[in-house]
Design a protein around this ligand. Structure first.
Ligand SMILES: C[S@@+](CC[C@H](N)C(=O)[O-])C[C@H]1O[C@@H](n2cnc3c(N)ncnc32)[C@H](O)[C@@H]1O
Length: 284
């Protein structure tokens, strides 16, 4: 029969919510404006998949309703949830391990020669905390008299859920397998059969704060080392240029910068010298 679907032909799964090209554009322009994150055309399914639970939470029947909710008087809190839902938080302990080797073998011994005993490291997009805890473990192992130092790690991320998880310092045992045994000993504590917890000594070294890298930076003072890894890949070139210029302002000459394995400062900033393997030092 014309116009009737035969019963044995599988139909595409009906989508729970309508997502038009206009809704998709409205959502991605909000995320770009708020966080600098550029969502290309191929991210439509990702947006649909990640935001479904937000629509349900707000009782919206379509993305158009959700966009209208964001624009409404109660949309402020939801804007935070929108960004949290669309960030990519992939991370791990000792990710790109050569960076931590450089920290332990080159940077810390050099800084230990300065009489100030002051050390400031910024993990500038810390996700669920594995990166700053890795830095803390390296410091704790490499500097035996750490108590005599004024050492602090600032760990920030735009995603408020990630900051809460970082502060808790609880991780699946399988994630902790990436931590070398000699470093884990006494610093990573078994909480139960499936979970480990970062030790109080590690937690004490870190201040976790929500922070949008594109917004104001409400802290004073310079950093010796900045880790900004695997975040600028989501930003456009202009945003990257402005960000690395700001990083240069909070590093002294010779200050260290680590970026992610697929990132580069080529045609982005001339204020850093590349030492290889995504390790940079500020030169101007
Ligand atoms: C892939 S994770 C990288 C985590 C860690 N640096 C690493 O390399 O393993 C990227 C992180 O960047 C954060 N992010 C994205 N846009 C941001 C922004 N505008 N300000 C601060 N953090 C942002 C995300 O929330 C996410 O946790």
């Amino acid at each position: 029969m014309v116009g009737t679907t035969p019963v044995n032909v599988p139909q595409p799964a009906a989508r729970e919510f309508a997502l038009t090209a206009r809704d998709f554009d409205a959502i991605r322009s909000r995320v770009r404006g708020a966080a600098g994150i550029v969502l290309g055309d191929s991210k439509r399914d990702l947006v649909y998949g990640r935001l479904g639970k937000r629509l349900r939470a707000r009782g919206c029947a379509s993305f158009a309703e959700y966009v209208a909710f964001l624009d409404g008087p109660d949309g402020g809190d939801e804007q935070v949830e929108l960004v949290n839902a669309l960030t990519t938080n992939l991370t791990g302990f000792f990710r790109e391990p050569h960076h931590f080797e450089t920290l332990a073998k080159t940077i810390l011994p050099a800084l230990a020669e300065a009489p100030s005993r002051r050390l400031r490291i910024w993990s500038a997009a810390c996700s669920s905390g594995e990166e700053p805890y890795t830095i803390a473990m390296v410091l704790h192992k490499a500097i035996p008299d750490l108590r005599g130092w004024d050492a602090r790690i600032l760990a920030t991320d735009i995603d408020t859920d990630m900051i809460a998880r970082s502060r808790a310092g609880l991780y699946d045992v399988s994630k902790a397998a990436a931590i070398p045994r000699d470093i884990a000993r006494g610093r990573v504590i078994k909480a139960d059969a499936d979970t480990v917890e970062m030790s109080p000594a590690l937690k004490d070294l870190i201040r976790f704060r929500p922070l949008n890298l594109l917004g104001p930076w409400p802290f004073r003072g310079m950093f010796d080392v900045i880790f900004c890894r695997n975040v600028v890949i989501y930003f456009d070139k202009d945003t990257q240029c402005r960000l690395f210029d700001r990083f240069a302002e909070v590093l002294p000459l010779g200050g260290w910068l680590f970026i992610g394995h697929s990132e580069s400062l080529f045609r982005v900033s001339e204020r850093f010298q590349h030492l290889g393997r995504t390790i940079y030092r500020k030169i101007r």
